[in-house]
Design a protein around this ligand. Structure first.
Ligand code: ARG
Length: 548
């Protein structure tokens, strides 16, 4: 396994440089297959050795590198076959049959632990991670930003879980605010219980759009909405019962749709729940002397540092009502108390960057040191995600579109004839393609969405990745009864097989990078390269098992 080799090299370095081998483990990295100029598998930069006090900081770097490589070359053993000097780096070439043997041994004996159990990842902070993601707004559009939050949040939650953290997945619904005044008043005018049962999300959206339109030119609608919201805020039974019905029906629908995406949540919370805790937040801020009343009658927290209100966050409007950020402060405090998380990750588009910066600032000002481990993972905007019906309004529209377009593509190729469940396969492949395309670049980048590009059968797409995965699974099924113990690795020494093995050697580093930066692109690009290596050399995977 990757750590086995890293440890062998670290031992050698420890022997020559005289420090504990643990110092060297994080400094040793696999040479990316794409950057191969030499036959080396692992490398270490001499500057990093200098920074860690393993090599004297004075003298010419290149002559140091050469001298160290010579010393290491003399100490090489069975695993490291050759040590050489590059420009400021030492290269280590491993014994190829041992490389194949060890990697395959680990892959076969503990497939789920491959990479994730590497000692390279030992220093990652474990503990309990709360990931808040997706968080759509009831009766409003589920736009591309919510879709991105859903898949990115799910990735982060899965990654953290795989790395051994305890993960709590929270969906924070937009279920409070003036829009519920409008929705309630609108439903009383034109809502239908029948439609609410059969097409809940569509119907709520339809009512909401219509009432907004009416409110624009009709004062009586506006006052009916304001009155409905007052009834909600007063906790009036009938109004609350309707609100509760909207919420429950929405959550049930979302649960069903998230399941199609392979996403689940441990908790559905929302702004409404924390609305009732905002008074406590305001009291606490007041006691700590952090809340200031302005001339306009609003209450704000000074974030300037200089006490001159050059930067501030408003927590109470002039009419005494609370805001989005007030509810977020309450939600964070409540979650800390309830779940005792060690870190909390919020996943939303970058338009909310300032909001989260202010939120963390307020929490810290209140003396909650744990806010230092609250993170906002921001992502860029997607333009042009539409379906044949037009703009994306519902999450299900995207899933339907992915399925029907993929099915269409499959019908045009010959493969679909062999499939037992073409519809389901089309949906899974279509969705993976969408996810892979979304994860390929830095999360902060905006991009233009293009179904044709996303669903291409060739190139760096999720379709091809799934295809390769399916082929590998079929190979595994075919050889399921054969055990690894009698596997002959001797055919795996040609350059193309070795490049697959070398690539696998990098897996733990890629996981570390993805986890440190909370960026899926490292992992996705690793897989795309692996697929490329595999396709260019399928024979590598046709292991000669038991001489067969
Ligand atoms: N519902 C919000 C929106 O659609 C996102 C919520 C993000 N999370 C939070 N704790 N503020 O914009």
């Amino acid at each position: 396994m990757a750590c086995f080799f890293r440890r062998c090299v670290a031992l050698q370095l420890a022997e020559v440089c005289g420090l504990s081998e643990d110092v060297f483990i994080p400094l040793i990295s696999a040479v990316p297959v794409s950057q191969k100029q030499s036959a080396a598998d692992l490398r270490v930069s001499v500057n990093s050795l200098r920074q860690n006090g393993a090599v004297a900081a004075d003298g010419d770097l290149q002559s140091k590198t050469q001298a160290l490589a010579n010393q290491l070359q003399m100490k090489r053993g069975a695993v490291v076959e050759e040590v050489s000097a590059g420009r400021g780096v030492i290269h280590f070439r491993l014994n190829r049959p041992i490389l194949a043997q060890k990697l395959l041994e680990q892959l076969c004996s503990e497939p789920d632990g491959f990479g994730v159990k590497s000692e390279l990842l030992r220093h990652l902070q474990g503990g309990r991670t709360l990931v808040e993601f997706s968080s759509p707004n009831i009766a409003k559009k589920f736009h591309a930003g919510h879709l991105r939050s859903t898949i990115i949040g799910n990735f982060i939650a899965n990654l953290k879980k795989a790395l051994g953290n305890e993960v709590i997945r929270v969906n924070y619904l937009g279920d409070w605010g003036m829009q519920f005044g409008l929705l309630g008043a609108g439903f009383e005018r034109s809502g239908s219980q029948e439609k609410l049962r059969t097409q809940p999300l569509e119907h709520l959206f339809e009512v909401y759009v219509q009432v907004n339109r009416e409110a624009e030119c009709d004062e009586s609608v506006r006052s009916a909405a304001a009155e409905f919201f007052r009834r909600l805020e007063r906790g009036e039974d009938q109004a609350l019962a309707l609100w509760r019905q909207f919420r429950e029906i929405t959550v049930d629908e979302y649960k069903r749709i998230y399941q199609r995406l392979g996403v689940h949540f441990d908790h559905y919370s929302g702004e409404a729940f924390h609305q009732h805790q905002t008074q406590n937040v305001l009291d606490e801020l007041m006691t700590r002397g952090l809340l200031k009343t302005t001339e306009k009658g609003t209450a704000v927290v000074d974030l300037s540092g200089a006490g001159d209100l050059s930067s501030y966050a408003t927590l109470v409007r002039s009419d005494g009502t609370s805001l989005y950020i007030t509810r977020d402060v309450a939600a964070a405090l409540d979650r800390k108390q309830r779940f005792g998380f060690d870190e909390m990750i919020y996943v939303t588009d970058k338009s909310q960057t300032v909001h989260f910066r202010q939120l963390f600032h307020i929490l810290l000002a209140m003396g909650h040191q744990w806010a230092e481990r609250c993170v906002h993972v921001a992502f860029g905007l997607v333009q042009g995600m539409s379906t044949r019906r037009g703009e994306v309004v519902f999450l299900e529209d995207v899933l339907e579109e992915a399925r029907s377009r993929m099915l269409n593509n499959m019908r045009q190729s010959s493969t679909s004839k062999e499939l037992e469940e073409p519809e389901q396969t089309a949906e899974r492949v279509g969705i993976s393609a969408l996810i892979v395309q979304d994860f390929r670049g830095p999360l902060m980048s905006d991009y233009k969405f293009d179904w044709d590009k996303v669903l291409q059968a060739h190139g760096d797409t999720g379709v091809f990745l799934q295809y390769t995965h399916a082929r590998l699974c079929s190979l595994l099924r075919r050889h399921a009864r054969e055990t690894y113990s009698c596997c002959d690795v001797s055919p795996l020494v040609d350059s193309r097989s070795v490049s697959v093995l070398q690539h696998l050697l990098r897996y733990d580093e890629v996981l570390l990078q993805s986890a440190n930066e909370l960026q899926p692109r490292h992992l996705v690009n690793f897989l795309l390269t692996l697929r490329y290596r595999h396709v260019s050399h399928t024979e590598c995977f046709k292991l000669r098992v038991g001489g067969g």
